[in-house]
Design a protein around this ligand. Structure first.
Ligand SMILES: Cc1cc2nc3c(=O)[nH]c(=O)nc-3n(C[C@H](O)[C@H](O)[C@H](O)COP(=O)(O)OP(=O)(O)OC[C@H]3O[C@@H](n4cnc5c(N)ncnc54)[C@H](O)[C@@H]3O)c2cc1C
Length: 447
């Protein structure tokens, strides 16, 4: 039993982690609370159940970061990708599946595996000893969430993600925007120029408020607003409270001088803050929103300097339990305060079925290597897996940490690659070629 790997949660991450570890010869116990204890989104007792869309998104492994993640998971004999392939249904360039047969197949494969036992129970406390992976997802049960919170502190566990849109730096027009912190605050030049500012005239501001008020929004589900509403109102709700509310809130123009036009005082300013250590991604400060995705793009592109903005992710507000991984986890996804426990999946602050399964795959492989006493080389951040795990375990800003999809903004720049939209195809192909070599190499090293 000493060398048994226990996995809490048999969703995307837990199922993949179990498969990887069991195939490496490890005894695995999956603890899954469904169907005994239900969540508001799951409908069955199946493992690997998709709670909403039936799509694993783009399957283009040359031009798309999530498609690359598919490729990397296939190269590692991933269960989720293998099963998706079996139940694939036509969806253009996306990998979509027939959802119930998909989850039934994942469940059957895990049940049939000689090294895997499934225990249908809810785990309500943090395990004291043994090897564990917590992969309980965005709807982690209340008792376990409380136990995690008790171990890590109240601020380190969030129950909602209030995501402001994230923009690729290279798509921002710096002939219009400038870098400056409000009142030039900070000790170093870097701190004094930490924010990217987009100025608005009165007419531009009024048009922006009109667009916000008119935009299509997603309605809140019953009970969804509890607990977050005071801290982070959606911008459209702020605009509904009064046309000037945003100008006195996140868009206030005070303490800022337009470097391109120092004599003209902007009527309002939209600020963006660096979102990753590489400086390739910027989030729009205070712009959490429930606008529909299409509407967000239309509205945000009316902001001066963002006319050609490309979004690494759009904004949203959802029920989501996740930990502050940049402060709590080490590079191997182990809880620093209790290294016998790893975290994987959406609870680590990645976002999406594929990203969650990918982190399960890594956690499973890393746990096995540790148990058999093998050292694990760092996953290269030039791969989709490595870019994601590096982001959540240190690359992201801990203070503003919010769940993240995989995207090319997380990858270190390619030497010699040209920026700009026109060179994108070549650049993305360069990223994916580099990633495939580096991922295969990492897999060979830990085999
Ligand atoms: C409502 C909703 C809709 C979403 N829609 C999409 C979408 O359309 N596309 C997309 O890519 N992503 C979506 N996501 C985000 C996310 O990718 C999925 O939730 C994904 O399933 C996360 O994988 P996971 O393995 O981390 O968690 P899950 O797949 O949720 O698996 C966690 C498992 O842990 C179990 N569990 C929880 N607590 C305990 C406990 N204490 N003891 C034992 N078992 C426990 C749960 O029953 C569950 O089976 C959505 C999330 C939510 C909440």
């Amino acid at each position: 039993m000493k060398n048994t790997l226990n996995i809490i949660g048999g969703g995307m991450a837990g199922s993949e982690a179990a498969w990887q570890a069991a195939n490496a010869g490890m005894n695995v116990v999956i603890h899954e609370m469904r169907p005994k204890v239900e969540t508001f989104a799951h409908r069955t007792g199946n493992l690997g159940e998709m709670v909403c869309s039936n799509s694993f998104r783009s399957d283009d492994h040359e031009q798309n970061a999530v498609g690359l993640l598919h490729w990397e998971m296939r190269a590692a004999d991933g269960l989720i990708m293998q099963t998706a392939e079996k139940h694939r249904i036509p969806a253009g360039g996306a990998l979509a599946v027939d959802r119930d047969p998909f989850a039934e197949s994942v469940t059957a494969a895990l049940k049939a595996h000689p090294n895997i036992t499934i225990s249908y129970d809810e785990i309500t406390a943090l395990p004291e000893d043994g090897h564990w992976i917590i992969a309980t997802g965005p709807l982690t049960s209340g008792a376990l969430a409380e136990a995690i919170q008790a171990e890590t502190s109240a601020e380190a566990l969030a129950f909602f993600d209030a995501i402001a849109p994230i923009v690729y730096h290279e798509s921002i027009n710096m002939d219009v925007a400038w870098m400056q912190s409000r009142y030039d605050k900070g000790e170093t030049v870097e701190e004094q120029t930490a924010y990217l500012n987009c100025p608005m005239t009165k007419d531009q501001y009024e048009a922006f408020i009109d667009a916000l008020l008119a935009a299509d929004k997603t309605e809140f589900k019953e009970g969804e607003t509890a607990g977050y509403f005071d801290g982070c109102l959606p911008i459209e709700v702020m605009a509904e409270r009064g046309r000037e509310t945003l100008r006195f809130g996140p868009m206030k123009p005070v303490g800022l001088t337009n470097a391109h036009d120092p004599d003209t005082k902007p009527h309002a300013v939209v600020q963006l803050r660096r979102d990753n250590a590489l400086g390739t991604l910027y989030n729009i400060v205070g712009f959490q929103t429930k606008m529909k995705y299409g509407a967000q793009k239309d509205v945000f592109k009316t902001i001066p300097a963002l006319e050609d903005a490309e979004f690494a992710r759009l904004g949203g507000i959802h029920r989501n339990t996740f930990i502050n991984s940049p402060t709590l986890l080490d590079a191997q996804m182990r809880l620093r305060s209790r290294p016998n426990i790893r975290f994987a999946g959406q609870i680590t602050g990645v976002e999406g079925y594929v990203e969650s399964a990918a982190m399960g795959l890594l956690a499973g492989r890393m746990a096995v290597a540790e148990i058999i006493g093998k050292s694990v080389p760092a996953v290269p951040n030039t791969t989709a897996m490595g870019a994601l795990v590096t982001h959540i375990t240190g690359g992201a800003e801990a203070k503003t940490f919010q769940p993240m999809n995989v995207n090319f903004g997380l990858f270190p720049p390619l030497e010699g690659a040209k920026n700009g939209r026109r060179n994108r195809k070549t650049r993305y192909k360069g990223y994916t070629d580099r990633a495939k070599l580096d991922w295969q190499n990492w897999l060979d090293q830990i085999a």
